[in-house]
Every structure is written in C-alpha cells, then in structure tokens.
Design a protein around this ligand. Structure first.
Ligand SMILES: NC(=O)c1ccc[n+]([C@@H]2O[C@H](COP(=O)([O-])OP(=O)(O)OC[C@H]3O[C@@H](n4cnc5c(N)ncnc54)[C@H](OP(=O)(O)O)[C@@H]3O)[C@@H](O)[C@H]2O)c1
Length: 341
C-alpha cells in the first residue's frame, strides 16, 4: 500500500484526501496543515468524511497555530517522513516550493504539486489522458491546472482519433471559488491582456506536439469555466465521429442543452440533484449541440468545474509514479471509486 499524506487542506487538498481514501491500493496516512480552516474542521469533525484521520503540522509555527485553533495534532509532518511514500501538496503557490526544499527533497519523499505551482517545480507536467506514462518512476510531478486539464482531455480525444493541426481556444473563467468570497462581489469582465494567454503553453506541457493558442477573460461567477474551441483537423470527418471520440473519453461527458442543461447554472443544479458531494463535476462537460464540423474544422464548447476536475488526475499520478497500474486500468479504477461517469 502506498502511504499518502495530503499537505494543504483547502479547495483541492480536501477533495484529493477524500479521493485517496477511497482507493484500495493506497492508504491515506494523514493530513497536514498550518491552521484550522473551515474545510479542515468540517472534514475531521465527527460528521466529516475523514473523521479519525491523523493530522500533522507542516512546520513549527503551524503546530502552534493548529493547537491554538483547538485541533488534535499528532506532531510535525517532518517526523513522519520515513513512514510516508508520497505527499500530495495542495498548498498555495510559493509555499509548495518551500515545502519541496525543506521537506520532500531532504527526506527523499516523492511529491505531487498543483496547477498554480511554478513550472520548474517538476520536470513532468501530468494529465492522465495525455501523458500518463511520463510520470512513471518520477519523484516530482505537477498536475496541470483545471483549465489545462479540460483542454488536454478534450484535445487528446480529438487528436488521438483524427489528428489536430492547430487549435484556438477562448477561455471564460470563473472569478473565484465558492468560499473565496474575498474575491467578490465582482461586476466586471476582466481580459487577460497577454495574448495568447499562458493556457496554450500549459497544454503543450502535456501535449508538446499540439499547436494551440488561447485567449482568456474572467467573469463574475463561482461555478465553472467555459471554453470555446475550434480545431483544424488532419482529415475530414463528421460530427458523429467527433461525438463518438468524446463519448469514448472516460472523463468527458456530453451535456444536452436540448434537455434543459443549457447553462453552467443548470449543470450545477444537475450535480446537486444527483447528490454529487459539493456539486462536484470531475468530468469535462461538452455541450453536444455545439459540436459542429465545417470542412476540416471542428467547433465545440465545454465547461469545467474548476474545484474538482484535477482530483482524479492526482490519484492517477500516484499510480503512475509508483508504476502500480497502466493508464487505462488506473483511470478506470479511479473513476469507479469516485463514481465518475
Ligand atoms: N481552486 C481551484 O479551483 C484550483 C483548481 C486547480 C488547481 N488549483 C491549484 O491547487 C493549489 C491549491 O489551491 P487551492 O484553491 O486548493 O488553495 P486553498 O483553498 O487556498 O488551499 C490551500 C491550503 O493550504 C494551506 N497552507 C498554507 N500554507 C501551508 C503550509 N506551509 N503547509 C500546509 N498547508 C498550508 C492553506 O491554509 P491557510 O488558509 O491557513 O493559508 C489552505 O488551507 C494551487 O496551486 C492552485 O493553483 C486550484
């Protein structure tokens, strides 16, 4: 059993910890933090999904703070490093680098970093669909961001089936996550003035052959990014062919606007109706009606639930880094345990 610690229990960390805890071939050894945020308190409360999981502090100051916050702390993460196989680091950008330098490297423990981490934190950038094999045996891996994950999933489905010559994607991004009320209220559309935006090169980190350019704006919503994509293909094909490629992608769902799911709000409500925890949607959702082929160009619009889409990727990254399973088996296992459809 691979022993996993999740360090930084915020939006991403709490979800990854729950996902790791659901795997048969991994043990959630513990959580690590520096203060008791509402997410951590809820997770470890008697009603919380991870009640009873050991909590560690990732530094001395954090130990004092957590104790002051009334948490039961087992001790310092550093003292456990001989027991731990890997740390999934979901701390804020910059903190992850310090953790790598002070904790993971000196103790020779593998680590996974998240999309906001500096690019040079790990040589391998990871997306299970696009480059699962690249993480095999690696000590440090960065799981790419939510936007990059959705673009990599949809693009790799189309690229593997038909070959993409070049692509352009326009990203409409949420202003903040639901608990990030400090970012709002916002009443503005904010363009990323650097064109193309950094998202294109981020996709190229996992699909180096792909010629893709991106533009981005931020809008005042909290649930979901929306991407409008057009890709020029190497061969002529039909809309049915593209739909089939998306249907065959195990982490892409087709959303039917005709059935009433014609906005991110309606899809959000659908996730709540389905009883998905926190209304999470780990799949990239492509609106079926938007898939349009004109000569060799295919157009589509998809949505991304930013808070949850990268969670299964972290689980698959662990399996790849320890050479535990092949790509298809790992994706299937993670999907089954997390009820990803
Ligand atoms: N949120 C998203 O939609 C999203 C999507 C994809 C990828 N990501 C990436 O995931 C990473 C984490 O983002 P997030 O949104 O989950 O952030 P977050 O909600 O702010 O969570 C980060 C957590 O780490 C804690 N922390 C700070 N310093 C620490 C330390 N030294 N040791 C242990 N824990 C520490 C924070 O505690 P305090 O609050 O006390 O500082 C907080 O609870 C970033 O790289 C981000 O870019 C985020």
């Amino acid at each position: 059993m691979v022993k996993v610690v999740v360090n930084g229990i915020g939006t991403i960390g709490k979800r990854v910890a729950e996902a790791v805890n659901k795997q048969d071939d991994m043990e959630l050894y513990g959580l690590s933090e520096v203060s008791a945020g509402q997410g951590l308190i809820t997770l470890l409360s008697p009603e919380g999904e991870l009640h009873g999981t050991d909590l560690y502090a990732s530094n001395d100051k954090g130990l004092e703070q957590l104790q002051e916050d009334g948490m039961h702390v087992e001790g310092l993460l550093e003292d456990q490093m001989d027991e731990v196989d890997i740390v999934v680091d979901a701390t804020p950008p910059g903190v992850d680098e310090m953790n790598k330098e002070n904790l993971y490297e000196p103790h020779d423990v593998k680590a996974i970093f998240q999309g906001g981490a500096a690019d040079d934190i790990a040589e391998v950038k990871f997306n299970a669909d696009a480059n699962y094999e690249k993480a095999r045996g690696e000590d440090f891996v960065k799981v790419v961001s939510c936007n990059t994950t959705s673009l990599s999933r949809t693009m790799s489905a189309v690229d593997e089936a038909f070959g993409v010559n070049e692509a352009v994607a326009s990203l409409v991004r949420r202003a903040g996550d639901i608990p990030q009320d400090g970012r709002g209220p916002v009443n503005s559309t904010i363009p990323v003035t650097e064109v193309p935006s950094h998202h294109g090169p981020d996709v190229q980190a996992v699909m180096p052959e792909l010629d893709i350019k991106t533009l981005a704006v931020k809008v005042p919503v909290t649930y979901g990014h929306v991407h409008m994509v057009n890709a020029e293909l190497e061969e002529e094909l039909s809309e049915e062919d593209v739909l089939e490629a998306f249907e065959n992608q195990p982490r892409v769902n087709l959303i039917e606007a005709d059935e009433g799911f014609d906005s991110t709000g309606k899809v959000h409500e659908q996730m709540r109706d389905l009883g998905r925890k926190r209304a999470d949607m780990q799949e990239a959702g492509v609106w079926k009606e938007t898939v349009t082929v004109d000569d060799r160009t295919v157009y589509w619009i998809h949505m991304v639930h930013q808070e949850s889409i990268v969670v299964p990727e972290n689980v698959d990254a662990i399996r790849s880094m320890f050479d535990m399973e092949g790509k298809e088996a790992s994706i299937a296992e993670t999907n089954k345990s997390m009820e990803i459809m």
